[in-house]
Design a protein around this ligand. Structure first.
Ligand code: FNR
Length: 348
């Protein structure tokens, strides 16, 4: 194996290893600063609840997805295969991790293609960084016969890595070009740093219609990149970014123009319901599902996802909501800290 391929595979393995062992540093999650309003007289039964939704233009029965993580090494190939089996059995979409390794080195394409083999009819999303060429993006879609393409934005991660990118001026143009020429829907996503209203407005002006605000509060790439090296150069940036809840608040005035997905630190069905109440159309999870397939196996993870969805439905009854549309309309109460954010950010 040549040295560059070896280094890439190594990096993929390190990301997975560090993510799996990352403990939350949040004392209070922003999800705790939101209350869904209890309803004493629900007028429906659990079987009537239908949380089907649309995601990047596709109708999906369950408002959950496995978000982008990995590929590019033998270990991560096996993880992709397991996650794709979970996605197939639980009938949820799945994204693979960044595919630059496969674009550069054809011999690594199989570590991603395995998801299509394990889930031939599922909704699968390719994933590239915003520095990718149009040809690279098209290749990524072809490798897994993707139904949609995620473009990830990870500027802080690059800037923290000593070997990372320092110039981001091509990103907007690349995104515009990909939107014009790639023939599947494009989702622009963060990687756990969240998006502000200004970032979302910039994406909207570029023509982006689907975003995943992937906020702070879960997997933390500032901490992962610092942990991967001995000299923790920029360890003080561990709290950088906008939380998932705050990014959803930032997105609210743009939700009629863009479909917004939420990810970043979603641990419980209640967190997911709060995302829907804040306007997300669907909710993504990465790290918890990675840990689950690796530590508990495929069958347990399928059960976990099904149970998660079932519990979301039961919570829907507690707020008297039958559909995702009803959840979006249901009342929420924000703690003063979030209200202060909204006031300072002029979101109210
Ligand atoms: C990620 N994430 C990610 N995102 C992306 O767009 N491309 C990628 O290659 C990766 N790689 C990756 C590796 C690992 C091990 C993890 C855990 C995550 C980010 C991911 O899609 C998501 O945005 C964040 O992880 C936030 O969600 P969780 O993990 O808090 O549920």
């Amino acid at each position: 194996m040549n040295k560059e391929i070896h280094q890439r595979s190594q990096r993929k393995n390190e990301h997975v290893k560090h993510a799996m062992h990352q403990e939350s540093t949040e004392v209070v999650s922003d999800f705790d600063l939101i209350t869904l309003l209890h309803h004493s007289l629900p007028g429906l039964n659990v079987d009537e609840v239908d949380l089907s939704t649309t995601m990047a233009g596709f109708d999906v029965p369950v408002p959950l997805y496995i978000n982008a993580m990995t590929g590019g090494s033998e270990w991560t190939k096996s993880i992709n295969e397991k996650l794709a089996s979970v996605a197939a059995a639980a009938d949820i979409p799945m994204a693979v991790g960044s595919m630059h390794a496969a674009i550069r080195h054809a011999e690594l394409a199989g570590t991603y293609r395995v998801v299509r083999e394990a889930n031939p009819d599922g909704l699968l999303f390719a994933n590239v960084g915003a520095d990718v060429s149009l040809e690279g993006a098209q290749q990524a879609v072809e490798i897994i016969r993707a139904d949609a393409l995620q473009i990830h934005l990870n500027a802080p991660q690059e800037l923290i890595m000593p070997e990372g990118d320092r110039d981001f001026k091509s990103w907007r143009q690349n995104i515009e070009r990909i939107l014009k020429h790639v023939d599947v829907p494009v989702i622009v996503k963060e990687v756990g740093f969240g998006m502000s209203r200004a970032s979302l407005q910039t994406l909207k002006d570029l023509g982006v219609r689907h975003v995943d605000i992937s906020g702070k509060g879960g997997t933390n790439f500032a901490r992962i990149e610092n942990a991967r090296r001995k000299s923790q150069d920029m360890a003080y940036l561990g709290d950088w970014g906008i939380s998932t809840v705050r990014a959803l608040l930032e997105s609210q005035s743009l939700q009629s123009d863009m479909s917004v997905m939420a990810s970043g630190g979603i641990l419980t069905p209640l967190d997911a319901m709060k995302c829907l109440a804040l306007g997300a159309r669907s909710v993504g999870m990465s790290r918890t599902l990675l840990k689950s397939v690796e530590e508990e196996g495929i069958e347990a993870t399928i059960e976990h996802v099904k149970d998660f969805h079932d519990q979301m439905k039961r919570i829907a009854v507690m707020i008297n909501a039958r559909t995702v549309g009803d959840v979006r309309k249901s009342p929420i109460v924000l703690d003063p800290e979030l209200l202060s954010w909204m006031t300072q950010r002029q979101l109210v």
